[in-house]
Design a protein around this ligand. Sequence first.
Ligand code: PEP
Ligand code: MN
Length: 370
Amino acid sequence: MTSEKLDLIPVTEWGFFTLPRPMVIAGPCAAESEAQVMETARGLAAFGIHVFRAGIWKPRTHPGSFEGVGIPGLKWLQRAKREYGLYTCTEVASKEHVFACLKYGIDMVWVGARTTANPFLMQEIADALRDTDIPVLVKNPVNPDLELWIGALERLGRAGIRKLGVIHRGFSTLQKTPYRNDPGWHVAVELRTRYPELPFFADPSHMGGDRKYLLELSQRAMDLGLEGLMIESHCQPEAALSDARQQLTPEALRILLGEQLTVRDADTQAADYRENIGPLRARIDVIDENILSLLKARMSVSREIGHYKRDHNIAILQTARWDELMEGLLRKGDAEGLDGNFLQALFNVIHQESIRIQNDVLSGGKEPTE
Ligand code: PEP
Ligand code: MN
């Protein structure tokens, strides 16, 4: 499946965000009371935050937990905008939410992870947004399915939304990780590669699930060259009605952004940098080409083995042979200072491709022409 081209208006022309990076969206997980919204907004505006988030309708795992204050919260956001000059944004998960946001002059909306995973709801939201020019940020779906994420963007693109961006908030996983959601950065990198123009935010709050991880995850997002961060901040985090552990005070956020985070240039036109990076990139290009031709050679030997096995009626998969081979590779790799997890993942995909080729031979698939 090839993905559709998106016709985008650059994020710097939306009018909310200023450079240098990171472009920051901050505010509580949820609007809880007028006083909490105003107090948090005041603290954030005081150190230069321009874009304020607050959930009005909260998607909760269990019924009966705090599900957001609804429409009254939109009026508090209007007040925060009026008094502190903040642009406001909230999460929408249905057409009713979209219409309410448009009615109350919310400046930007985002689509949450549970909604991105649902094409019916995405279509409903896209239809409700048609012919508006409100910016929309799309969080990744809860599961690491890049196509589902792209599909959501395509639906909005087809509805004429040109101020589009994404928020990477990590993925739900069965594996135990220290984080609430597995960062799965490679999925973000893949999306970035496919849509380099798409404004990219990371949400270290929902990724980490605990404020102690905010700095390392924000740092990683900046090192990957992402444009922005969406971070949950609450005037009294420990008393928050949702996501209490991952929120931090406006003052702690000021320190994180202003004193702890190191932001390196995403790219530069500086001549000396260009001069030095150029030859290094050229070397990488040559090495990558070598890897390609080695892969080609390896796969053609796999095909030959496939023929041989077919002619001798031997099964394709000999796990003992593969285990032995992998063990040897990991030992050699370790001696070369290469990471074991990386090597294992790399050789597993190479092995899978060999098996696919041998299967192909067995089922009489088409031979390559050359
Ligand atoms: C949120 O931003 O408050 C939220 C519910 O996020 P997510 O959709 O990433 O879980
Ligand atoms: Mn939250």
